[in-house]
Design a binder for this molecule. Structure first.
Ligand code: C2E
Ligand code: MG
Ligand code: MG
Ligand code: MG
Length: 277
């Protein structure tokens, strides 16, 4: 009996491997298909200044209407796209579309300070990344100071000198850099002092548990360090009035989260912008 069971398990194991493989092959071809057939689009989540109640900016977030059936969340395929290199064409689409849209809004008199775009480590490592970004800005007509690139700590595990030169080049061109998801990973204070970073985004993990354990102390300390370093500090994932009051007390100016708004379709941005003005 045990021999039979053993064989059964092995067959099942192989079947799972095979299904995993087939799923990946399918996912890869579906992403390519999606790129060619406009299944990807961007939504924009407002960042609001707590003290003036005005829009500070918008973070562009990718959405995928796979085969026109349902929206797949980015966490379900971005890591795979990073593994396979598909993040390069995806990322180029995101950057171009966000800049094009932002330039259009500016032209229509919709006021904001920055549009933020998430950049994967593999994109930054492309030799022509900086030139691609410059080309996209020239092509779309978006002035560089309106663009903010969000990078995560993952990018920091690689070659620090190379990263420093890439970020410096971007900064010298007028582009802002944000450190995303700060506090969630291997947050290293050395990077905060050495890299030309403009913005510090505190990870949302802390916000929905701000009054638990020692999170109040941790968040207020991160805010203080960020402000002391002259950084713009953004709290992500803010959902409640209590957290808003906490952030106000600690002088954290910029807030992003469901409390103000979920990510919006591009066509809903002008109305939101008017509402909070
Ligand atoms: P992120 O850059 O940290 O983006 C914030 C995520 O938190 C978004 O999820 C947003 O919808 C969600 N969020 C915002 N406010 C709240 C809130 O109050 N409560 C809760 N529970 N969630 C909130 P989303 O859009 O699913 O994106 C997840 C992650 O996928 C992003 O995290 C980012 O790392 C990645 N991602 C999204 N778009 C892109 C893209 O265009 N390129 C790359 N490379 N990565 C992307
Ligand atoms: Mg982000
Ligand atoms: Mg984040
Ligand atoms: Mg995140």
């Amino acid at each position: 009996v045990s021999k039979e069971q053993g064989r059964g398990t092995a067959v099942l194991y192989e079947k799972n491997l095979e299904e995993g493989y087939i799923n990946k092959v399918r996912l890869e071809s579906d992403i390519r298909f999606g790129l060619e057939n406009d299944e990807f689009f961007l939504v924009y989540q407002p960042k609001v200044n707590l003290f003036t109640n005005k829009v500070h900016g918008y973070e562009a977030l990718i959405r995928w209407n796979r085969k026109g059936k349902n929206i797949i969340p980015p966490n379900d395929y971005i890591p795979f796209a990073e593994e396979t290199g598909l993040i390069i064409p995806l990322g180029r689409y995101v950057l171009h579309e966000a800049c094009r849209q932002a330039a259009e809004w500016l032209q229509k008199g919709i006021a904001f300070d920055t549009v933020s775009v998430n950049i994967s480590p593999a994109e930054l490592e492309q030799n022509d990344f900086v030139n691609n970004v410059k080309d996209i800005l020239l092509e779309t007509g978006l002035p560089p100071q309106y663009l903010e690139l969000e990078i995560t700590e993952n990018v920091l595990m690689k070659n620090l000198n190379k990263l420093l030169s890439i970020l410096t080049e971007l900064k010298n061109y007028g582009i802002r850099i944000a450190m995303d998801d700060f506090g969630a990973g291997f947050s290293n204070f050395r990077y905060l002092s050495e890299l030309p970073i403009h913005t510090l985004k505190i990870d949302s993990m802390f916000m929905n548990r701000i009054f638990e354990r020692r999170n109040e102390v941790i968040v207020s300390s991160i805010i203080r360090i960020g402000l002391s370093l002259g950084l713009e500090v953004v709290a992500e994932g803010v959902e409640t009035e209590e957290v808003i009051q906490f952030l106000k007390r600690h002088k954290c100016k910029i807030v992003q989260g469901f409390y103000y708004s979920k990510p919006l379709n591009a066509r809903d941005v002008p109305d939101f912008n008017l509402m909070v003005k």
